[in-house]
Design a binder for this molecule. Structure first.
Ligand code: SAM
Length: 225
């Protein structure tokens, strides 16, 4: 899996790429994360990537030519070009499973007051939102999608058993939906202040694997239905 990010702020991804599981996944060659500076695809001395909107309006708009050139230079065969925008379809666990089937994903991170509409119409395969709120740019959405999709790539989060335990057994939903249940670790009882005692549910200490599995099932919330 190859993740490609087109952004005017490539430095955002420096530590993101170099930490923890994603770092190890890249070392093991399970995935690669390539960051492209949009300005490198802009002509002219000043590497301009934004202009005032036609017809007036507040703020600047990201130009179509540099984005088109960047995507053209990066694009390979089995690829999906994703434009981040708050008006796009909402990102879900199910969409992450679909993305995990591609060899290559290309993310276009918008900034300013948005992007020239021709990017959505002719360059991107789809518009994606990570929620009903407006961020400053598409960099945080790109990180959210990369983390979610990477977890689904075999070997990235270590043993596959971890994933298996979480995958919903709901009919027809296996592989897409995840079960999120409450988790506890030591100490068994935490007394933050006098008179309060925060306890771990007894069933988790019982050693009764069937009862524990039942409890997890009952308390779990399915993500990605
Ligand atoms: N009016 C603009 C629009 O509708 O796209 C808002 C632009 S926002 C300030 C700048 C960029 O942040 C957008 O072009 C988009 O790439 C990204 N963005 C903001 N909120 C987002 C969200 N909820 N999901 C995905 N991308 C988002």
């Amino acid at each position: 899996m190859e993740f490609n990010i087109i952004t005017i702020f490539p430095d955002f991804f420096d530590s993101f790429k170099k930490e923890s599981l994603l770092k190890r996944a890249q070392e093991k060659k399970l995935l690669s994360i390539n960051v492209y500076n949009l300005r490198d695809f802009s002509d002219g001395k000043h590497k301009v990537v934004d202009e005032k909107p036609f017809g007036g309006g507040l703020g600047m708009v990201m130009k179509v030519e540099p984005v088109y050139k960047a995507v053209k230079a990066i694009k390979k065969k089995k690829t999906r070009v994703i434009l981040f925008t708050p008006r796009g379809k909402k990102f879900t666990q199910k969409i992450a499973s679909e993305y995990a089937k591609y060899d290559q994903l290309i993310f276009i991170c918008g900034r300013y007051e948005g992007v020239d509409e021709r990017i959505a119409k002719y360059v991107a395969d789809e518009e994606l939102s990570i929620g009903d709120y407006v961020l400053m740019g598409g960099e945080v959405p790109a990180m959210a999608v990369i983390e979610t999709v990477s977890r689904l790539i075999p070997g990235v989060i270590g043993k596959q058993e971890f994933l298996k335990e979480r995958i919903s057994k709901i009919k027809g939903r296996g592989g897409n939906a995840f079960v999120e249940y409450p988790q506890y670790t030591r100490p068994e009882v935490f007394n933050p202040k006098k008179g309060s005692s925060w306890k771990v549910p007894k069933v988790l200490m019982s050693g009764d694997h069937k009862a524990i599995a039942e409890w997890k099932k009952k308390r779990g919330k399915v993500i990605g239905k």
